[in-house]
Design a binder for this molecule. Sequence first.
Ligand code: ZN
Length: 672
Amino acid sequence: MNHLKTLSLLLLTALIFSCQEKPETTSETNKDLVEEFDYNVTEFADIGVLRYQIPGWQELSLKQQKLVYYLTQAGLSGRDIIWDQNYRHNLAIRTGLEEIFTTYQGDKNTEEWQQFETYLNRVWFANGIHHHYSMDKMKPEFSKEYFVTLMEDADVTIANDVWQVLFNDQDAKKVVLDKDKDIVLESAVNFYEPGITTDEAKAFYNSIPVDKEKPVEIGLNSRLVRKNGKLMDDVYKSGGLYGKAIDEMIYWLQLAQGVAETPKQEKALGLLIEYYETGSLAKWDEYAIAWSTSTEGAVDWINGFIEVYNDPIAYKGSYETIVQIKDFDMSRQMNVLSENAQWFEDNSPLMEEHKKESVTGVSYKTVNVAGEAGDASPATPIGVNLPNNTWIRTVHGSKSVSLGNIIAAYGNAGSSGRLEEFAHDEREIELEKKYGAKADKLHTALHEVVGHASGQINPGVGTPKETLGSYKSTIEEGRADLFGLYYLMDPKLQELNLVDDWKSYGTAAYDGYIRNGLLSQLVRLELGQDVEEAHMRNRQWVSAWVYEQGMEDNVIEKVVKDGMTYYDIKDYDKLRMLFGELLRETQRITSEGDFAAAQALVENYGVKVDQEIHKEVLNRNSKFKTPAYRGFVNPVIVPTMDGDSISGFTIEQPATFKEQMLMYSKKFGFLD
Ligand code: ZN
């Protein structure tokens, strides 16, 4: 709904490539970026754990850094809540497993100990014993007998009926959605006391009167329990359920409020504190309104019981928090492009009648994550669009952001091998390493801010949705890509101080685009599949069209070495002219609503895949393994103390996943 989860690599790709409000990035075009930073922390089972950096941290003032720090501490203080929400025995199980892990003195070189470590890693990653994505209870590979010896040797006591759950059939699924079952009764998730049925829960919430115009999110912040035979909500609040953790959160939120950047932020934080003190859902709405309309400042946050996916009947919000800072680099670029949007329009290769006389840049928002907790960690969304309450969205608006450094980390992790595999020569690899990531970001900015904004429809012609039908998306995405590509090789970018070496940026961008469009993006398809997704299609039809049109002049040469195919760009200036030509044609198709031409372009160049090349690409890619699911450790923000006050911060990257998980349990283990 409003939360874009990176559930799997394939789904991540799908989300990134779907345009409009969802996060979109051309960083996927250069999936094979390389940076010095080591993104990979560890892998186990079907999981890969990565690290991320916090770009822009140094540009924050000390006061802003304090705000970020306090907000991350507030977020982490609620970590135990998600564990308990996910399953009523999760905290007891985690405590037992961690005790065994840290105190067991026996042989740790056995296969069974390795299996125990893997299981603990999986539990940490899922915030409980059910898989974060499939929702199935994860089965330990080690035996029940082995576990009993571990508990005995480490002198650890876990209640019998609790540890037995690891091995028996009880509570097998966190969220049951099977229509033939009683989904509340059979789901293991801890939003409803055991024994409560779907009908009972629904009847309970239906009986609560709500304001039809401005309904609160009923049931959002409570556990439904039975007291003396009567159903009632046990509310998450100070002095109530999860009160110990919530009090810690309030402490940090108050400190954050004291260093808020703007009066609106200060007000929003005040309301959030009152909400946690009272548990009042009306207060939550007041907060959501204040938060939605607080759009100034370099720091922002998400904090609360928010998404309802973990509740089979979608009332209960899972605890989550994300702390974000402005993407300063991207914002600067966007502003420069926006201010010069008319120059780009006037100097583009569009036909005069298709140019806009007055063009305004499109706004686009990326932020960088500084810390996550609860349901947003270790598995994280890549974009967020909140608040969820529909009437607030309609009346007061919403905020939609894509998480830039998270997306970049996904794109960069473990990809150096792919670059070397598919790049034609050393110079191409070198330029990609030096300029690829930045050129890619600039392409995204050009695509979004001036690309989508440019051009106009001829009088009397319908919207592209009406005239181009199912080809509308891929034509529009290709048009925006081409607008960016045309200008990526332009000295104007240097004049505007967007780059320091326009030719190298342009060269890296063109190499990357062609390499991806004709070869490396095929790794996302299974053999025999057509290209379906709009952005993948446009990358292929753009690349294949310029390759074919430039064949006579050898603009792009197809090279086959030892049975492996490469594309080597021979003439960058001519390639730029071809991008310009195709941009003009794509705009003509859009302006005139020429369905037949759109269909011919897409079907002839963007849909079918050369089966021999595809087989070869999949084969060459098979040595690079990517785990099915990925998530992150958080950078650790460490205050430097000057007496009682904070004089600065250092950012430390955790060396291992387990070190961060154990530290979190120790430092933020407020519930039991
Ligand atoms: Zn787009």
